[in-house]
Design a binder for this molecule. Structure first.
Ligand code: 2IT
Length: 448
């Protein structure tokens, strides 16, 4: 229940319209927690139906993706793009290839992306897309045929000033390459229509590292502001060994933190004296998994076959970098009981609404992914700028800009939280600061 009747009524309407979409509803509910501090102070929000509009995608595209597998059989998947909000720039956001992909998940991600992109300060709207296609175990030929069939429909909906997709789970450099190549052929245009491209054809140095490194730059800012301390010697635990988790481990190590536990989809390993980070980073890069090999190659370190059990490991800082919905209230309690005082999201909404409320009510500093994992899309924005200017920046230039952007995102979130009398509530700061820029743009552009 919110204080505001407008919000309660609106959430009911959104629930009635989208009864099956639990991930999307949960993102809206969490966002409305913050809007409850704002709607009474700014009557324009209700007067101009801003929240009615902002919670509905501008456009949802769904299409059939038929493709031929290596046995010659025709297979069919569903392709999607949710073009959520273009008030501040072209739609921008990743593509996810996973069996679990459905409209609810993509709407939740597109909604979050809108505020995340706004927080970066770069001119990017919000979008998200993908397919219920699992690239794991597929040959390069199968993935290419799938991507080309996907693009045969998708190309007419995107463009460097319309919608600029990028990677996400199951959608990496290989998929981006195949999609980009086919777009170029169909559109007869070489343009920065994707980000996350390889360096050889317009990618940005620093993009693969950006989400994980940015997460640690943000964590360091939190530590400085709230604890007057740095990351040296702090015990860190990380879930997920994809690009985000692997690069977060790398940067945590560079900044002097001690990685005491880390998980992948098969399980986790822990060592109170600190794990061998270079080993993990190398394995994670090579195959996206490391934990079983780690235990084999590091006698005395035990492997636990349940990744979820990692949240009981004593730590100072938890960095969930796997996927949405991995931390519930019971895990939040366990983290707090075992000494965790800071949780910074590397994935998109790994914590559910109850867990977030628990952290905020029990003195665990919590940062939402829309602020703390914005480094990835921020460097995507920098890739767009480099493409538009037909030049490339060095890794150091990109990394410096990323640091500046993450610092600035933290400052905006913190100052907004302070302004609303909730100095420790970074989620509130992120939601309101991200929202206000979109609000301004929507008000200026009239009814559209
Ligand atoms: O969740 C995200 O921010 C991403 N998957 C990156 C999106 C992008 O456009 O780089």
């Amino acid at each position: 229940m919110y204080k505001s009747k407008y919000l309660n009524d609106l959430l009911e309407q959104i629930r009635a319209k989208n009864p099956e979409q639990k991930e999307f509803l949960s993102a809206v509910e969490e966002f409305f927690d913050s809007m409850d501090f704002l709607v009474d102070k700014d009557p324009r929000i209700e007067k101009y139906s801003i929240l009615e509009r902002i919670t509905m995608p501008e456009r949802v595209i769904t299409f059939r993706v038929p493709w031929v597998d290596d046995e010659g059989k025709i297979r069919v998947n569903t392709g999607y793009r949710v073009q959520f909000n273009s008030a501040i720039g072209p739609y921008k956001g990743g593509m996810r290839f996973d069996k679990s992909v459905n409209l609810s998940i993509l709407k939740f991600l597109g909604f979050e992306q809108t505020f995340k992109n706004s927080l970066t300060g770069l001119p990017m709207g919000g979008g998200k897309g993908g397919a219920d296609f699992d690239p794991r175990g597929k040959s390069d030929g199968e993935v290419m045929r799938f991507c080309q069939s996907f693009m045969a429909e998708f190309y007419r909906h995107i463009g460097p000033d319309t919608d600029v997709p990028a990677g996400d789970l199951g959608f990496g450099a290989r998929e981006i390459g195949y999609m980009f190549g086919y777009y170029k052929k169909l559109a007869n245009e070489w343009s920065g229509v994707f980000t996350g491209k390889n360096i050889s054809y317009g990618g940005s140095l620093g993009r693969p590292e950006a989400t994980g490194y940015g997460l640690l730059y943000f964590t360091a800012e939190m530590m400085k502001e709230y604890k007057k301390d740095d990351l040296k010697g702090k015990r860190v635990i990380i879930s997920g060994s994809g690009k985000v988790g692997g690069m977060a481990a790398d940067k945590a190590n560079q900044m002097g933190a001690k990685l005491v536990a880390m998980s992948d989809i098969e399980g986790f390993v822990s060592d109170p004296n600190g794990l061998d980070v270079p080993y993990i980073v190398k394995k994670a890069k090579e195959k996206g998994m490391f934990s079983k090999d780690y235990a084999k190659d590091h006698p005395g370190v035990k492997f636990v076959g349940d990744p979820h059990a990692m949240w009981a490991t004593p730590c100072d800082i938890a960095l969930p970098c796997a996927t949405q919905g991995e931390i519930h209230e019971a895990d939040a309690k366990l983290l707090k009981e075992n000494g965790c005082y800071m949780l910074v999201e590397g994935a998109n909404m790994p914590c559910d609404v109850e867990a977030i409320r628990y952290f905020n009510n029990n003195g665990v500093l919590f940062a939402p992914g829309k602020a703390s994992n914005a480094g990835g899309v921020a460097v995507s924005g920098l890739e767009m700028s480099q493409n538009a200017m037909h030049l490339s920046w060095t890794f150091e230039e990109v990394d410096e800009k990323l640091k500046g952007i993450m610092k600035e995102i933290f400052r905006k979130c913190h100052e907004t939280a302070v302004k609303f009398g909730q100095p420790n509530n970074i989620a509130l700061g992120a939601n309101i600061a991200g929202f206000e820029k979109v609000l301004d743009a929507m008000l200026a552009q009239g009814v559209c």
